[in-house]
Design a binder for this molecule. Structure first.
Ligand SMILES: [Zn+2]
Length: 339
């Protein structure tokens, strides 16, 4: 059932700070890619069968879908279509500015050359801005489970190619058994060249991983960070230093980081005065969307229209948009909320 609040959310101008490039491929994008490779992929191009394939069942199935989509990115046209489609679909939800987490390593090991990869995504970025009015920026992230070779390769493509859209250096993948500290030299090198430190931390682990990301990787914003709720000292530190969290509620339930939405620590984080943003992570694969995550937040936090506009404003303030861009988007949000 669509409520007035859902309609308000759909029209609300938004910034999205935590969404992954493969994980945000919608069934429409995947159908386009599957049609190009019919006969050599297990992914159906038929919309009804594809919807069934996409339905979230458990984490193992999510990985299966993720890998199947990844395997559809075989040539330059596929890569362009993926990035263009992700931008088009986010723009349809009134996202105006997106810091997209991109994992170049997964494509480099599949045969894309670093220069070619960056040229294609920059071309898609320009087309998304021109056709849909959405400004993409990139966070190149290390798939942590693949260790130091992945870190080295991600740093090299970031610094050697330095595509115009690149603003940040990230770290994703599982946290358990993958200490953040080993990546410190790579983050130091990226920061020395002006990239922002934006690792995932405290998603499935506790506050100690967030502390490690702050101390060892000099994190300026934390991907997820929900484990911080268990440590009052850390919450005070995040609030005082204005270090934002990129919270993705539905993702946290799907990955079993939290048992249910009702038990999500979002309200505690907000109550502690932390600058909290709401994001979608891998939306179609987790059966959600950016708009849906705002609806979830409204429910968890008891937000009305003005509360939702404040939440949208948080993402603008926590972004690395230039000051003029921030002012313009904040004004647009305020004007919209007044109607
Ligand atoms: Zn993530």
């Amino acid at each position: 059932m669509t409520t007035d609040l859902d309609t308000f959310i759909a029209g609300l101008p938004k910034a999205e700070l935590h969404v992954h490039h493969v994980g945000s491929a919608s069934p429409r994008v995947v159908a386009e890619l599957a049609a190009r490779h019919e006969g050599s992929t297990p992914v159906p191009a038929d919309p009804a069968r594809l919807a069934e394939f996409f339905t979230f069942r458990d984490f193992a199935h999510f990985i299966e879908v993720y890998v199947a989509v990844l395997n559809l990115i075989r040539d330059p046209e596929d890569l362009w279509q993926l990035f263009y489609g992700v931008g088009r679909d986010l723009a349809a939800q009134n996202a105006r500015y997106v810091e997209l987490t991109v994992t170049p390593y997964t494509h480099l090991i599949n045969g894309f050359a670093p220069e070619q990869f960056c040229e294609i995504i920059e071309d898609a970025r320009a087309s998304v801005l021109k056709d849909h009015g959405l400004a993409f920026k990139w966070i190149f992230d290390i798939p942590g489970e693949l260790g130091l070779p992945a870190a080295e390769s991600t740093l090299r493509i970031a610094l050697d190619q330095r595509p115009d859209g690149l603003i940040g250096f990230g770290l994703g993948g599982p946290e358990v058994g993958v200490p953040r500290k080993q990546f410190a030299p790579y983050f130091d090198a990226a920061r020395a060249e002006g990239l922002h430190s934006l690792p995932h931390a405290g998603e499935t682990t506790g506050p100690e991983t967030v502390w490690e990301a702050l101390r060892e990787l000099k994190a300026e914003r934390i991907g997820h960070g929900i484990g911080s709720a268990r440590d009052p000292e850390l919450l005070a530190h995040l609030a005082e230093r204005r270090i934002p969290l990129e919270v993705c509620p539905t993702s946290n339930v799907c990955t079993r980081a939290v048992a249910s939405l009702e038990e999500h620590p979002l309200p505690e984080l907000v109550k502690a005065g932390v600058l909290v943003t709401v994001n979608s992570d891998d939306p179609p694969m987790f059966g959600t969307s950016l708009n849906q995550e705002y609806a979830v937040a409204a429910q968890l936090l008891g937000l009305d229209r003005s509360g939702l506009a404040d939440l949208a404003g948080n993402a603008v303030r926590a972004s690395f948009m230039d000051e003029a861009g921030k002012r313009a988007l904040l004004t647009e949000i305020a004007d919209y909320a007044r109607i």
